[in-house]
Ligand binder design. Structure first.
Ligand code: SF4
Length: 289
């Protein structure tokens, strides 16, 4: 089901930018996500999304964004893509993200987009414009293999398409890299997978890769994931239960070894393993536009 809703507020503010991405303001233009990754944490009960397959479009998002940015006195990175993908297939028609980026460019705010879609290239010109302040596009890649990616992230662009989009952004001067998370235990936690992702990211101009060697497993998220394991990887549910029980955090096998290997390969290619964040001038206050 796809339906429009009216939101009361669009941007949620953090007291301090988060340590991973430096995000000060979180922007969700949709609720629910068409990519339907089998491991998605947004299904967890704490987010109160009853049916994650339902897509709610915040029809008044653009008006709200303009009003809210006009009132902001502290410039900080606006993050899109934490609870849903801002470039899910529906975005090609609705263009909420594209219009939001135009407003962000107008107000000269920095932005960080996380996506699994090559549709982001539609907004290349706007991202280039925002880059004068700061723009970063992180492509989530958990496997280098298209066929496996299609099983795990059925609604998203093929991994190879994400890498091609990364190459276009990088060659146009837009800061881009990889969020290599989650790395699923028993499925993606191989040395071969990690080195293939790093190599491909290097070839496509990634400036950074942020890894997480493992995944979360929480209430509804776990239930959905285990059902999908039964369908796609028979026998794995039992292995997960034996190894992780009711734990929230499910670490990749040999996570320390993988982490070491990952850092060696990133060093070899000169890829950062932390996000190059927006750095405002000391005491920056907003200009009145
Ligand atoms: S793209 Fe992100 S938000 Fe969407 S289903 Fe996948 S993990 Fe969840």
């Amino acid at each position: 089901m796809i339906k429009e809703i009216q939101a009361k507020v669009l941007l949620s503010s953090a007291r301090r930018p988060d340590p991973w991405f430096g995000i000060k303001y979180t922007m969700n233009l949709y609720r629910g996500c068409q990519h339907q990754c089998i491991y998605c944490d947004s299904r967890s009960e704490c987010y109160q999304i009853e049916n994650f397959a339902d897509i709610l479009i915040k029809a008044n998002a653009i008006d709200l964004l303009r009003k809210e940015l006009a009132r902001k006195r502290i410039k900080g990175t606006i993050g899109a893509g934490s609870m849903n993908d801002p470039y899910m297939p529906l975005e090609a028609r609705v263009n909420l993200t594209g219009r939001a980026l135009s407003i962000i460019a107008e107000f000269r705010f920095p932005v960080h987009v996380i996506t699994k879609s090559a549709l982001v290239l539609r907004d290349l010109d706007t991202l280039r414009e925002i880059s004068r302040e700061y723009a970063a596009v992180s492509f989530t890649v958990t496997t280098a293999d298209d066929a496996l990616g299609k099983k795990l992230e059925p609604g998203a662009s093929l991994v190879s398409e994400r890498f091609r989009a990364m190459q276009v952004l990088a060659s146009n001067g837009v800061l881009t890299g990889v969020t290599m998370m989650p790395i699923l235990p028993f499925i993606e936690d191989t040395q071969e997978n990690i080195t293939q992702i790093v190599t491909r990211a290097h070839e496509c101009g990634a400036a950074y890769i942020l890894p997480a060697f493992g995944m979360t497993l929480r209430d509804r998220q776990r239930a959905y994931y285990y059902d999908k394991l039964d369908e796609l990887f028979p026998g794995l549910r039992r292995k997960y239960k034996e190894r992780f029980g009711e734990r929230y955090s499910a670490s990749a096998l040999d996570a320390n070894k993988l982490d070491k290997l990952f850092h060696e390969w990133c060093a070899r290619y000169g890829i950062a393993t932390r996000m190059p964040m927006y750095a405002p001038a000391m005491g920056t206050q907003m200009r009145l536009l």
